[in-house]
Structures are given as structure tokens and as C-alpha cells.
Design a protein around this ligand. Structure first.
Ligand SMILES: *Cc1c(COP(=O)(O)O)cnc(C)c1O
Length: 520
């Protein structure tokens, strides 16, 4: 017997709805149905007010770190008591949950935020992401996400032109992050050099020449990680030494590559950085491309951070030689100011893109492409269900034009040069490099500095800055020493904001030195 449960909150899940025709044309606001569209409207109004206030909070603030156990308790307290049916929407509960979410995040819109490679996104880009979440169109297949797959080609063609790839066969896919994109490109390169390995593993003749990857000693850890995952092995990562600008030293690179060959290693992939994570150094792409070509090595450019400057006429010369790449990675969620994640992976040769994953799966892959399935990307990207992430890039591009990205990048790069000049004319700070991008590393070196091996002064400064909660900066190891690192991602920053940071460092640094005196 079908019974109507008497719990009012459970109406929509009652057995009787199985047989009773529901009139969905006549939906009423019903707080007891979590799927009711009216709930959507009410809650989004609430949320947009909250987010607007959040975005307007641009005062100088860093990150307020909360003890995770305290935060766990607070989060638990906010959860409704479990019952057999969904609770009706309690706006106050929702608001306090969202406020906690905003409060505990890195304030990327603040002028105190100078620490990481992600930014406050272009609001329209975030809004597009929200739309994508509501309509939910996984984009590995054309039929599930038609517009995303079409605009992916539009965006791809713009970049192909800018790279100077004038042949007719390049390819672009989107993936969830630069790490996955780097791995996918290296996988394609591996399969290019070792066509049997996908099926046979490393058991065949191919074993005779050990696969290896050459990469800058400062390269992002995702490259080494890919070597581990792909069975190449971390030990087969050939580290190329860098020069005083933290770029791969070309003369030494040739020697190192020759030595690797003499040892029986087959370097099948050379990875250059276009914007290294630590200092933003851009390798000499032109010369490295020529070396790769001469040795018949796959040339991969990790432009996760800096590849985006190809969009700026003023900055793109820094990427001279990019046309020689076999594959290129650009993180739009870094230097194109869209929410994480949205990564573009480019291949000069379409066929090589297909080489990365050589699988058959009749439920998804079509053997004979038609005009629709030619747009599918599932055979070329690792993900099956995938966010239609390209929309977050395409919509602002379509609405504002590409200068929304290039103007901001140009501003940020100029600001970084100014910061470098400011450090250079000071007598108590030193610059560790001339910035190539919007990443800059420096140290506080006042006259009364205490230089003892056991005391990491720069790290101590960074830690106090973090606790102090006004600024958010990062640190990095350069030549085995900790240095301070800023990444300018907010175009509302002025050089005076950087000067305020320096003043804060001076105060903190002097206090630290004072307290050190008492210990010595
Ligand atoms: C950030 C970064 C990566 C990793 O990209 P994710 O999107 O964080 O996975 C790879 N390489 C470089 C140079 C980076 O700066």
C-alpha cells in the first residue's frame, strides 16, 4: 500500500508521487523541495548581495589562518540535524555557511594579496562558471556541450595564429590544470618516441634505450611527477642548470644532453618554462627549440604561468621561438584571470594529440567521425566528465575583447618592474633577479642583519607577515636560501601598496633582529 508520509518536509519524496501525476507547469515556491526552481531564485539573490559586498572589500588584508580543528567544529555546528527527509531551506543557516566560506579564504581581491598565481577572477568569468554549474554540460563530448566545444575551436584558432602555427593541423584541448596538461603532453611525447609502450609497457626492445626527460632545474614539480606516473622514473629526469637569470643555460644544456646520451639515456622530451613558478623566468625558447629540433626531441613549453602573454603585442616578444614547440600549456586560471581550473593544451600536430590516449571504448568513442563527433575531445583528454571550462575564458573574451586580458597583464608586468626599481634604490633590500613577468623575489638585508646559518631570517619575516594578517606573500628557495616572493595578480595594486609591504617588512624584521639579540 502506498502511504503518504505525514512529515511535511518529505512531501516530494513520498511514495504517492510515484503514481500521482505532478503538475510541473504550476510550480510554486516550495522550500521543502531542494530542487524547486524558486529556491534557486531566492538563494541567488541572497548570494549575489553577499558576493558584491565581498568584492568591494579591497582593503589591505592577508590571510587569517584558523586552526583546522576549530574550523571543523564551526563547520559541524552549521550542519542541520539528520532526518529522514531533507530539511527546508533555512536562509540564516545558508548565510552563515557562506560567510564562513568567504571569511576563511585567501582575500584575492584585497590589496594585501601578493602571494600566489591565482587572482580574483573577472566577475563575468565567475558568473559564467556559475551558469555552467547550473546547466551542467560536461564537455568531453559535443552532444553534451555544443557551444563549449565550438568556442574551444574559436579560441584555439586565435592562439594558433599568435603562436605562428600556420599549418592546418594544430589541436587544442582543455584540461583540469597545468599539472595534468604537462603530464598529457609528456604522455603524447612518450608515445611518439615509444609507440609500443601503451600496449606492452616497457617490456619490449624499447627498454634498451632508457626514456628520459630534460628539464630546467627550477621546473615545476608536475614534470617530475609525470615522469613518476608514466614509469619513466624520477631518476631519468635530466636537470638542466640555469644561468644568473634562472633560465636554462644553453651551453651547459648541450653538454648535459650529450652526457645523458653517452650514458644510454634517450631524452625524448625537452621541457622549457615560459614563466618559471619560482621567479617567472622565461627560458630561451628560440635556442632550446633549435636544440630539440636538431636532436629530434619533442619540445614542450610549460607556459602555465607566462604563456598567456602571447595575447599582448607589447609582451609577446618574450616568447620568441614559441612557434617551434610541439606542445604548449597555458593556465587561463592564472594569467588570464578566470576561476580555477581552465588549462589550454596545444599541439602543433593534431595526430600527435590523438597519440596520448590510444583507447577504444565503444560506449563513447566513435570509430568513424561525423560532423558532430569530430568535435569530441574525450579521446584526447584524460577526463571523461569534464567542466566546460572554456566558457569562463570565451565569454569575457566575447563580451570585452582580448584586451581585457592583455591590458591587465601589461599593467601587472609594469608594476613588477617598478617594484624591482624600488628595491634597487633602497639600501636595505636586495633583488634576486630582474623580473621577466609578474613574479619577483627579493630579501630584506638591513645593515644590522644577523647572518647565521641556523637562523632563516627571510623565512621568519614571511611567517610573521602571515600571522600579522595584513599582507599575503610567499617564499621560495633560491640557491638553497629562502627568499621573499611576490606575485602581482591584482591590477588595483599601486606601487605605494608594495612600499607599504616593505615598511611592514622593515618593522617586522627589526623586531625579529631585536629579539635575536637577547638569545645570542
Ligand atoms: C602553476 C604551474 C604549473 C601547475 O599548474 P596547475 O594548474 O596548478 O596544475 C605547472 N607549471 C608551471 C610553470 C606553473 O607555474
Amino acid at each position: 500500500m502506498l502511504t503518504k508520509n505525514l512529515t511535511p518536509t518529505g512531501q516530494i519524496y513520498d511514495d504517492y508521487t510515484l503514481i500521482q501525476e505532478k503538475n510541473t507547469d504550476n510550480l510554486q515556491p516550495n522550500k521543502q523541495d531542494p530542487f524547486n526552481p524558486y529556491i534557486f531564485k531566492e538563494t541567488t539573490n541572497l548570494i549575489s548581495d553577499l558576493l558584491e559586498k565581498h568584492l568591494l572589500q579591497t582593503d589591505t588584508r592577508g590571510l587569517k589562518l584558523t586552526d583546522p580543528s576549530v574550523l571543523t567544529e564551526r563547520a559541524k555546528e552549521m550542519m542541520v540535524a539528520e532526518s529522514n527527509y531533507p530539511a527546508s531551506l533555512d536562509e540564516n543557516r545558508l548565510l552563515s555557511i557562506l560567510k564562513l566560506y568567504l571569511e576563511t579564504g585567501i582575500p584575492v581581491q584585497s590589496k594585501g594579496y601578493m602571494g600566489r598565481q591565482f587572482s580574483s577572477p573577472i566577475p563575468l568569468s565567475g558568473i559564467t562558471d556559475f551558469v555552467s554549474s547550473i546547466i551542467n554540460q560536461p564537455s568531453s563530448f559535443y552532444e553534451a556541450a555544443q557551444l563549449p566545444n565550438v568556442v574551444e575551436k574559436i579560441i584555439a584558432n586565435k592562439f594558433f595564429k599568435l603562436f605562428g602555427w600556420n599549418n592546418n593541423s594544430p589541436e587544442m584541448i582543455t584540461t583540469s590544470g597545468g599539472s595534468l596538461a604537462n603530464m598529457t603532453a609528456i604522455l603524447a611525447a612518450r608515445n611518439n618516441a615509444y609507440p609500443d609502450v601503451w600496449k606492452e609497457g616497457y617490456n619490449k626492445k624499447s627498454e634498451l634505450l632508457k626514456p628520459a626527460i630534460a628539464v630546467s632545474e627550477t621546473a615545476h614539480y608536475s614534470i617530475t611527477r609525470a615522469a613518476g606516473i608514466l614509469g619513466i622514473g624520477e631518476n631519468q629526469i635530466i636537470k638542466l642548470e640555469t644561468n644568473d637569470k634562472y633560465q636554462i643555460d644553453i651551453t651547459k644544456a648541450i653538454i648535459t644532453l650529450n652526457q645523458a646520451k653517452a650514458k644510454g639515456l634517450n631524452v625524448f622530451c625537452l621541457v622549457a618554462s615560459a614563466g618559471s613558478t619560482s621567479v617567472g623566468a622565461i627560458d630561451n625558447l628560440d635556442e632550446l627549440g633549435a636544440i630539440a629540433k636538431k636532436r629530434d626531441i619533442w619540445f614542450h613549453i610549460d607556459g602555465a604561468h607566462g604563456g598567456a602573454i602571447i595575447l599582448s603585442d607589447k609582451l609577446k616578444d618574450k616568447l620568441k621561438g614559441i612557434d617551434q614547440a610541439d606542445s604548449i600549456v597555458i593556465d587561463a586560471h592564472k594569467t588570464l584571470f578566470v576561476p580555477g581550473t581552465c588549462t589550454l593544451l596545444f599541439y602543433k600536430n593534431k595526430l600527435k594529440a590523438k597519440q596520448a590516449f590510444q583507447q577504444q571504448a565503444s560506449y563513447v568513442f566513435e570509430k568513424d567521425e561525423d560532423i558532430y563527433t569530430a568535435y569530441d575531445s574525450a579521446d584526447k583528454n584524460f577526463e571523461c566528465t569534464k567542466r566546460p571550462m572554456i566558457m569562463n575564458l570565451w565569454v569575457p573574451w566575447a563580451v570585452y575583447g582580448k584586451s581585457v586580458f592583455s591590458r591587465k597583464l601589461e599593467y601587472l608586468f609594469k608594476l613588477t618592474q617598478l617594484a624591482y626599481n624600488t628595491i634597487n634604490i633602497s639600501n636595505d633590500f636586495v633583488a634576486h633577479h630582474q623580473p621577466e613577468t609578474n613574479i619577483f623575489c627579493f630579501s630584506y638585508k638591513p645593515k644590522n642583519i644577523i647572518d647565521i646559518d641556523t637562523y632563516d631570517f627571510q623565512l621568519a619575516i614571511r611567517d610573521v607577515i602571515k600571522q600579522d594578517g595584513r599582507f599575503f606573500i610567499s617564499k621560495v628557495m633560491l640557491e638553497n636560501k629562502t627568499v621573499l616572493r611576490v606575485v602581482f595578480m591584482n591590477h588595483n595594486l599601486k606601487i605605494s601598496d608594495f612600499e607599504k609591504l616593505l615598511d611592514a617588512i622593515r618593522l617586522i624584521g627589526q623586531k625579529l633582529l631585536e629579539s635575536k639579540k637577547h638569545y645570542n
